[in-house]
Design a protein around this ligand. Structure first.
Ligand code: HXC
Length: 259
């Protein structure tokens, strides 16, 4: 499928890479981009060759947020009915394969929320994160007030949401918003390396690990631990478990068949 606001490519036939591409608007997230991103993510999720997906932007901007001119004249009814504000923002959550956000430059508003919807964030040293919606007379609308405190705690989340200030990559790493910070020119190498490593594992176990970690944010500890245990038990029904453990015992690399 031909896209206009994103670029799509694969790496080593194993990693799907979606690059947001509205450079003149710093990758502001308009309806077309959100639709195309949703389509591309669903296509990679369904593609049997692909074991991990990367979402990235440009050096200057991962995404500077929802498209402000597109929203500026919205009434309540437009916002409530208008699919653009909600549709496809949640698509990324329905993707069952791992999704890495490789963030350089600005990740603001919906851009920060999009990055946080991914499974983890690898940041370039020039990355800047923020929820500046308060300066526009609104608040985050795609999970920022919910995912940010879960990631960085109440103090920093309140600070960011109420002041609208930006957090640089170093602060974001200290606050656990991002898993790694690398020099800008190493960002894609690092993200692709992580994605290839993830793709080399059993896809079944990988999907189970993702599902189980995500469960931690939806349940109490006892329920979450029980959920994890059931998935752990279920993995003993897979050929990949036999292969992984046999490979360890026989000191050879595992060759997972995703069965
Ligand atoms: C549309 C945007 C944009 C945005 C930047 N641009 N952000 N267009 N929507 N969110 C456009 C600018 O209008 C400008 O176009 C061009 O990109 C370059 O931006 P500049 O401001 O000239 O660049 P710079 O001075 O380097 O400043 C970069 C910036 C600033 C700090 C990122 O652009 C900025 O503050 N942007 C807005 C960030 C923001 O408020 N995001 C939250 C949006 S609300 P022209 O044509 O003038 O050159 C949101 C809610 C999510 O995200 C809700 C989800 C449901």
């Amino acid at each position: 499928m031909a896209y206009e606001t994103i670029d799509v490519r694969t790496e080593a036939d194993k990693v799907g890479i979606v690059t947001l591409n509205r450079p003149k608007q710093l990758n502001a997230l308009n309806e077309q981009l959100m639709n195309e991103l949703g389509e591309a993510l669903k296509a990679f999720d369904a593609d049997e060759r692909i074991g991990c997906i990367i979402v990235t932007g440009s050096e200057k901007a991962f995404a500077a947020g929802a498209d402000i001119p597109a929203m500026a004249k919205y009434s309540f009814v437009d916002a409530y009915k208008g699919d653009y504000i909600t549709r496809n923002w949640e698509t990324i959550r329905s993707v069952r394969k791992p999704v890495i956000a490789a963030v350089s430059g600005y990740a603001l508003g919906g851009g920060c929320e999009l990055a946080m919807m991914c499974d983890f964030i690898i940041a370039a040293d020039n990355a800047k994160f923020g929820q500046p919606e308060i300066k526009l007379g609104v608040i985050p609308g795609a999970g920022g007030t919910q995912r940010l405190p879960r990631a960085v705690g109440k103090a920093k989340a309140m600070d960011m949401a109420l002041t609208g200030r930006m957090m640089d990559a170093q602060e974001a790493e200290r606050a656990s918003l991002v898993s790694r910070v690398v020099p800008l020119d190493k960002l894609m190498e690092e993200a692709i390396g992580a994605a290839l490593l993830i793709s080399s594992h059993s896809l079944i176990a990988t999907m189970a690990a993702k599902e189980s970690v995500n469960r931690a944010f939806e349940s109490g500890l006892s329920d979450g631990v029980m959920f994890e245990r059931r998935l752990f038990h279920a993995l003993f029904a897979t050929q990949d478990q036999k292969e992984g453990m046999d490979a360890f015992i026989n000191k050879r690399p595992a060759a997972f068949a995703n069965r």
